[in-house]
Design a protein around this ligand. Structure first.
Ligand code: VGL
Length: 207
């Protein structure tokens, strides 16, 4: 069995270190759990949001977020986050540098694109980021997923990997969510698609 771990968007912009971006509660607490995941894998994959501050979906305040947009590849408004060159773009302290991962995805670079999953650049899932091809090329069977946020990018990435035919386990101690209700819905959606949700190392090791 060949295993890869996947650190999804484990960036400071999704933590209380960057309160003006998308501060996921306790988002900065996931590093030890992500590093534990990696010890159980032969390959380590990562992704980062890499957004323009002038993207089509950017609004000025948190109160204006989550409004639907009439765009093909950006479905909701968000405040600016994870802009290259700013602290919010950086990976959390204690993770490898991006180029020390076996494969690394930068996503959402084009201003009119705001994908959630790390496997495709577009919401229609036509333009691959290459990660599925990399995993297949390396004969990976099982992917252990953690990162930020559980209810958006982790969920979407896990579902994309599952649809591509991989066994997928989401390790909950290595994730944090933006909100409770969307996290509950994400867990239900992932379970329904055959994704394993592990709450402890014992559950992870028996998955
Ligand atoms: C994310 C909301 C907006 C995430 C990104 O990485 O989960 N969530 N943009």
């Amino acid at each position: 069995m060949k295993i890869a771990s996947f650190d999804v968007d484990a960036q400071k912009g999704f933590t209380p270190l960057c309160p003006g971006e998308l501060p996921v509660p306790e988002g900065d607490a996931i590093v030890p759990a992500l590093n534990q995941l990696a010890t159980r894998a032969q390959l380590r994959i990562g992704s980062k949001d890499a957004h323009s501050p002038r993207a089509a979906w950017v609004v000025d305040s948190h109160a204006q977020m989550l409004q639907p947009l009439p765009l093909a590849n950006a479905d909701l408004t968000w405040v600016s986050h994870c802009v290259p060159g700013t602290p919010g773009f950086e990976l959390l302290e204690g993770l490898p540098a991006p180029l020390d991962y076996d494969y690394f995805v930068w996503k959402g670079v084009e201003p009119d694109l705001h994908p959630y999953g790390a496997c495709y650049h577009d919401l229609a899932e036509k333009r691959s980021t290459g990660v599925i091809e990399f995993l297949r090329h390396n004969a990976v069977d099982h992917i252990l997923v953690g990162g930020l946020a559980l209810d958006y990018c982790v969920k979407t990435t896990a579902l994309q990997l599952r649809r591509a035919g991989f066994a997928v386990t989401v390790y909950l101690p290595a994730c944090r969510a933006i909100a409770r209700n969307t996290a509950d819905a994400a867990c239900t959606a992932m379970r329904e698609q055959g994704i394993t949700l592990a709450s402890s190392l014992d559950e992870l090791d028996s998955a």
